[in-house]
Design a protein around this ligand. Structure first.
Ligand code: NI
Ligand code: MN
Length: 231
């Protein structure tokens, strides 16, 4: 079992009881955040791209926790300036890495990188007996079907806010392509430009796929389990 804790926007933690995996920890300046960066503990910090609403507090938290940062190599440049000597593991699209909790695969995202030379990515994480796909910031793209074929995804964490990423209709199509059973929407309602009625997304997705949509409020957590979508 894995505990998902949502910090608002696209920042969240996965905890398998032994290891804490932190993703895109934008907390300082995040209007939706209810925690302070200093209160977040992490063993691994995953950064999908270098836009400020994803890179966020990653250098500070990684340094404070002696955590290992997993990102595309170009992002290391930021850490060399902001958090010298932080543990950093560079990987690239299509590559896998074994970490103490399980396998991580870096996958394609259709989005800009926020840093010269880099590209944005998503992650497929094998942890606590589950396969979890975090899309990062992305448009809908047809290779999501390939990601779902290669990795039998149990839970997908998808942006739905529109403007910068997929909106609700595309994020509902993404669920069909990924053939995933459980979805947690993120990257919405942080600012007026990405305001969405998440209940509409839940209705749309659940009526057009076999998936169940789980709405998690900032500051709340959810136990991710392999429960049947029909249950
Ligand atoms: Ni972005
Ligand atoms: Mn973003």
């Amino acid at each position: 079992m894995v505990k998902f804790t949502y910090y608002g926007h696209a920042a969240f933690l996965l905890d398998d009881g032994k290891y804490k995996l932190l993703f895109d920890p934008f907390v300082t300046g995040n209007p939706a955040a209810k925690v302070k960066a200093a209160d977040i503990k992490a063993d691994f910090v995953f950064v999908t791209h270098a836009h400020a609403d994803h890179l966020g507090d990653a250098p500070y938290i990684a340094k404070a926790n002696n955590a290992e940062v997993i990102a595309i190599p170009e992002i290391l440049n930021v850490f060399e300036t902001d958090a010298p000597n932080v543990k950093f593991h560079g990987m690239n699209i299509g590559g896998s890495l074994m970490l103490p909790f399980g396998k991580v695969r870096m996958v394609f995202a259709e989005h800009s990188s926020g840093i010269a030379g880099g590209i944005a990515c998503g992650f497929v994480v094998y942890v606590g007996g589950l396969v979890i796909y975090y899309a990062g910031d992305t448009a809908l793209f047809s290779d999501m079907k390939l990601i779902g074929q290669k990795d039998n995804i149990d839970w997908a964490i998808l942006p739905i806010g529109d403007n910068y990423t997929m909106g609700m209709e595309d994020a509902a199509l993404a669920v069909q392509m990924l053939n995933v059973r459980h979805v947690i929407p993120v990257h919405y309602n942080t600012w007026p430009v990405i305001e969405q009625n998440v209940q509409d997304y839940k209705k749309l997705t659940e009526s057009t796929s076999r998936a169940r949509v789980h709405i998690v409020e900032s500051g709340e957590d959810l136990q991710l389990e392999l429960v049947d979508a029909e249950a």
